[in-house]
Design a protein around this ligand. Structure first.
Ligand code: DAH
Length: 332
């Protein structure tokens, strides 16, 4: 009887070894160890028959050994299958960092950041110090030292984000003129690019946070508006990839320059306002502890404005949004 069963058991053992998944393994388990499985039937069979005690004992021993063997094999196979599933998952989730990226999915620098980079490189190449300064600054750097009177409307809390006491979010990168001049090492040739903050409501040309660049050239040698004009024309020609760029000055008032002006740039046949400029006011030098004859020019431009003009973007919000055309560095 046992020899007849033996071959069936061997079949099952083979099946366990080759089982590929939990379903297969489960049905083998039911067929062998289950209520109606081969082991239970064998035991019943031996019990029901008229064998000698010795024979019965041997048969039970054998059947129990087989039961143990099958139980262990099934358990072992179950962990093998579990491991296999787990490893396949891990392999699927594995990120091959050496795999080349598909061309159309390559990220690019944002056009605003590329412009900042382009400006930085231009000025570094021309021997300027390109400096960074704090976005959270004091009234002294943002207003007082820049000759902006206590009563100037720009100081009001409806225009400026005050933090506490005399601490504020800088409203202009002109703060960096003061930080650099205060080092009292002339001549100064500096450019600073960074974010500025104003209590403006958002519309197509305004954002409460935007990017400005500040340029200051100062020293003991005379400097005139011609130098300022020359610097601006060269710079804008480079930025707008156009050697024949033209600019025009409109008189304006900024307390830290005298004369002060607004700068327009002739681009694609029309005059566009791009920022402010002027000859540094003597009070700015004395506020920084620089005495005697000293000359300087300064200008400040909005980077978003330049990027918008160059890329034909008519709404500043595009620059902070997620339109993929912008994110891929394309024009609209
Ligand atoms: N800081 C000014 C602003 O934010 C812009 C400006 C005007 C900067 C004249 C200058 C300047 O350096 O000379 O409106």
């Amino acid at each position: 009887m046992i020899s007849k069963i033996q071959s069936r058991i061997e079949e099952y053992i083979k099946e366990i070894k080759t089982a590929n998944n939990h379903n297969e393994l489960n049905s083998i388990k039911i067929n062998t160890l289950g209520k109606n499985g081969i082991i239970k039937n064998l035991l019943k069979d031996v019990l029901d028959r008229e064998y000698d005690d010795d024979v019965k004992k041997n048969a039970f021993d054998y059947i129990n050994k087989v039961k143990q063997q099958i139980t262990q094999m099934i358990l072992k196979k179950k962990t093998e299958i579990d491991d296999f599933i787990q490893n396949s998952k891990i392999n699927l989730e594995y990120i091959d960092v050496t795999l080349p990226v598909k061309n159309n999915n390559i990220g690019t620098r944002h056009i605003l950041s590329s412009m900042v980079e382009k400006i930085r490189k231009y000025f570094i190449f021309r021997g300027f110090d390109v400096v960074d300064g704090p976005e959270i600054d004091r009234e002294f750097y943002n207003f007082d030292a820049l000759n902006i009177k206590k009563t100037h409307p720009a100081r009001q809390s409806c225009d400026t984000f005050y933090i506490h006491d005399d601490w504020l979010l800088r409203t202009q990168t002109s703060t960096m003129q003061i930080r650099e001049l205060s080092k009292k090492t002339l001549p100064v040739k500096m450019v600073s690019i960074g974010r500025v903050f104003r209590c403006d409501s958002v519309d197509s040309t305004h954002s409460p946070i935007f990017t400005q660049m500040e340029c200051l050239v100062a020293g003991r040698d005379p400097i005139c508006i011609g130098n300022l004009r020359h610097e601006l024309i060269n710079f804008l020609s480079f930025i707008f990839d156009n050697k024949n760029i033209d600019i025009r000055f409109r008189t304006s008032y900024f307390p830290f320059v005298e004369p002060g002006m607004e700068v327009d740039c002739l681009y694609n046949g029309s005059w566009l306002e791009i920022g402010g400029a002027g000859i540094v006011h003597p009070n700015v030098f004395s506020n920084c502890g620089i005495d005697g004859k000293v000359y300087g020019f300064a200008f400040g431009l909005g980077i978003e404005r330049i990027v918008m003009i160059k890329n034909n973007i008519n709404d500043i919000r595009f620059l902070y949004d997620t339109d993929v055309r912008i994110l891929r560095g394309l024009s609209l």
